[in-house]
Design a binder for this molecule. Structure first.
Ligand code: FE2
Length: 430
């Protein structure tokens, strides 16, 4: 007797016709043809059942603030940072919490159940830090929220950057952040990388740096980050986010750099929606795409996870908490259109992301938390193509979101047609 039984699921690894039995919030069985009673049965109808989407890079303190106090006119990263500086003094504890909770509701409806969010620590009030720590506690039953102490204005360039970073970590923020390419000089950027790795090693914390988010091919802080990761013994616990300068770097230099990143076991987190819109703004034509070298990093064995970064904030006016939208953009910008590459991109918004942020109770395996999503698609490629509807979202064995399938009711065959590859069979009794 299971609490929940999902029948006839296709899994991302290619298995088809699998049943998933859930007991006590955990996956108790994954095999075809389970003969058992269950409190609730969900028929997946040969559709994809995936572990939840995971966003390894987001800014929840800024989300849904679009237009306050104005829009980003140039569309650049630097105007976005300046605009965020105008918005910061206007933030209130209540407004940050309200917007973040609204975003988390949207995320859950999209099957996005784990988010690593940076939180700016350069406001001496630490207002956003305290608000997001409260949000983390509030959403815990349905969404895993990790927080990164992020000195947005620079560890050294902002007045109390380092002191505020320590205060945020003391309050319970989980990860050490930074932004070396925004420090005043390359030398101070490198010094910030060294210092941040030392702080993380001292405190036993992971590192996640905004690293080289620029079109400048000489921005090489990722090299320092790899070296410092090894010097401080943080292999496997460090994320290099963005890495857009790699897009513009000399190929010979990159042939040395990528093996160094692999050696340090750094996780690479590009943010395709944001990279394609913020980078290349100073170019005429041809305009660079800005996204880092995803296929080459993957081929070298680097764990590449894709982030969303922004939704309706000073840097990006769109976004919908949809990691399939992120994957769709990555396929296009990275020209990852082979069947194998598209499957890799799906992994980059699910299992790779979970690995990058260190989720240890994740995945479709017996004994793990029973958290998964039934999609209106047969496989990962169709899921990306359709940005498929998340029909049912399950967290720890409980259904926490449901969306009806997209259907056409004008079928010549006389019955509703699903927009995914399978013919939709209406549930009995409807
Ligand atoms: Fe970011």
């Amino acid at each position: 007797m299971f609490d929940l039984l999902v029948r006839n699921a296709n899994l991302p690894d290619g298995r088809t016709g699998v049943d998933i039995g859930v007991t006590g919030g955990r996956i108790a069985a994954i095999e075809p043809g389970i003969e058992a009673e269950a409190g609730r049965i969900l028929d997946a109808q040969s559709r994809l059942v995936s572990p939840p989407f995971v966003d390894p890079h987001f800014h929840m303190d800024a989300t849904l603030s679009l237009g306050i106090p104005r829009l980003n006119r140039s569309g650049t990263l630097l105007e976005g940072i300046a605009l965020w500086g105008e918005l910061k003094p206007l933030l209130t504890h209540e407004a940050v919490i309200e917007r973040a909770l609204r975003y988390c509701d949207l995320a859950v409806s999209q099957g996005l159940l784990a988010v690593r969010s940076h939180v700016d620590v350069c406001d001496d009030r630490l207002l956003a830090v305290e608000a997001l720590l409260e949000v983390k506690r509030l959403v815990k039953p349905y969404l895993d929220l990790q927080l990164v102490a992020f000195p947005q204005d620079g560890l050294y360039r902002s007045r109390n950057g380092e002191a505020n970073l320590f205060r945020a970590l003391d309050l319970g923020v989980d990860v050490v952040g930074g932004i070396p390419h925004f420090e005043r000089t390359m030398a101070e950027g490198a010094a910030s990388v060294r210092r941040l790795c030392e702080i993380a090693a001292d405190r036993g914390l992971p590192v996640d740096l905004h690293c080289d988010e620029t079109d400048d091919p000489m921005s090489r802080h990722i090299e320092t980050l790899a070296a410092e990761t090894m010097r401080t013994g943080l292999q496997g616990r460090v994320v290099g986010s963005h890495l857009t300068s790699m897009h513009s770097m000399d190929n010979y230099y990159v042939s040395k750099l990528i093996p160094l990143i692999a050696e340090a076991r750094i996780h690479a987190v590009p943010n395709p929606l944001i990279n394609i819109t913020l980078q290349g703004r100073h170019d005429t034509y041809p305009k660079r795409r800005g996204m880092t070298r995803v296929p080459e990093l993957m081929a070298a064995g680097v764990n590449v996870a894709l982030g969303q970064d922004c939704t309706m904030d000073p840097w990006y006016s769109l976004g919908s908490a949809d990691m399939l939208d992120v994957a769709h953009m990555a396929v296009h910008v990275g020209q990852m259109t082979s069947l194998a590459a598209m499957r890799q991109v799906f992994d980059a918004v699910t299992v790779n992301s979970a690995r990058a942020i260190g989720l240890d109770d994740y995945g479709l395996e017996v004994g793990r938390s029973a958290s998964f999503v039934i999609l209106q698609a047969r496989d990962p490629i169709e899921a990306i193509r359709l940005r498929a509807t998340r029909l049912t979202v399950v967290r720890s064995g409980k259904v926490i979101a449901e969306t009806p399938p997209r259907l056409s009711t004008l079928s010549l065959e006389g019955r509703p047609q699903s927009l995914d590859g399978s013919t939709y069979a209406p549930p009995a009794g409807t």
